[in-house]
Design a protein around this ligand. Structure first.
Ligand code: PSU
Ligand code: MN
Length: 301
């Protein structure tokens, strides 16, 4: 398709014939989940998308190109190689130019998916304003990219290792609509509850499709954040998670972890403290988000 952009045949054919396509990120596999759960999550997300009649388009960087529709071997390569870059938007061009392997974050995935006109993507939880972000200025590029990529991002809210109220303030300032799917409350990633009410709720994928149509008709630059709670049987009460997160955040500070290493560090610490419960919740919510993304893609027609 392009010297630096490779849309794979199955995805291109689906796009050409109007079949629904769902973009999936790869950082969650390379940097967010341990092996071999990362591969299980990847397989579960792709299977969920297919079960709903859509085509998965997992995005990542390999051999000097942005690939839209990684094969399972390529996903495995990104999920298991030790030196895979965590690629946010600012890293896309340098990593492609250096022909290095790179796993794309929500921001980078949204940017590439938008470039090839894929209207829906799924992830676990987006990045946001970190706790202490008002002084560190650690605010995920996911938020800014959502403000300029007209795509629906289906997630379980923002990762609860973050400062959720400030994350929502930032999204408001950036003009990004947030829609609860089957919920009136912003979910807190591993937890159903955050205590933060939402203003907009839908209960049918067709309603999300209409919201995307309105955004497009009015030429809005922003995407739409579609949030749904994690599956009830795997969700963890926020009071439990909060304790682990506070320990993890303290440890990150003491160990001098900064920049893009912060999120993977916190997720890893929470996984240990929870004895794997957080990882199970993470995989469960990834799969259910992929499924909902496929249903929304289908409703877009
Ligand atoms: N969702 C998950 N696990 C993850 C991520 C999302 O369930 O690891 C990744 C996404 O790729 C997201 C990134 O874009 O974490 C945010 O990183 P940062 O805070 O450094 O922007
Ligand atoms: Mn950051």
């Amino acid at each position: 398709m392009d010297r630096y952009l490779d849309m794979r045949v199955e995805v291109a054919a689906a796009m050409a014939t109007g079949r629904p396509v769902v973009a999936l990120e790869s950082t969650v596999y390379a940097h967010g989940l341990p092996y071999p759960v990362n591969l299980e999550a990847a397989a579960a997300m792709e299977a969920a998308v297919r079960e709903e009649g859509a085509v998965p388009a997992t995005i990542g960087l390999l051999r000097g190109r942005a690939i839209v529709g990684l094969t399972s071997d390529e996903i495995e390569e990104l999920a298991t190689s030790p030196h895979v870059a965590k690629v946010s938007v600012r890293d896309i061009a340098p990593v492609i130019a250096a022909r290095l392997p790179g796993a794309t974050t929500v921001a980078a995935t949204a940017a590439i998916a938008t470039r090839v006109s894929i209207p829906v993507m799924a992830t676990g939880g987006i990045g946001g304003v970190h706790r202490g972000g008002e002084t560190s200025l650690d605010v995920s590029a996911d938020l800014h990219e959502l403000a300029r990529s007209p795509i629906a991002v289906v997630c379980a809210g923002a990762k609860s290792v973050l400062d959720l109220p400030r994350t929502l303030e930032a999204l408001e300032t950036l003009g990004v609509p947030i829609v609860g799917f089957g919920t009136d409350e912003f979910p807190a990633f591993y937890s159903v509850e955050s205590g933060i009410p939402l203003e907009h709720r839908v209960d049918d994928p067709a309603e999300v499709a209409v919201i995307l149509e309105v955004q497009a008709a009015l030429n809005r630059a922003q995407g739409v954040l579609v949030v749904q709670p994690p599956p009830a049987d795997e969700a963890i009460p926020l009071v439990d998670v909060d304790e682990w997160i506070e320990e993890a955040v303290d440890e990150a500070e003491r160990s001098g972890v900064v920049g893009k290493a912060v999120t993977p560090f916190l997720l890893d610490r929470v996984s240990r403290s929870s004895e794997g419960r957080s990882v199970r919740a993470n995989v469960g919510l990834l799969e259910s988000n992929a499924r909902l993304a496929a249903r929304i893609a289908g409703a877009l027609g």
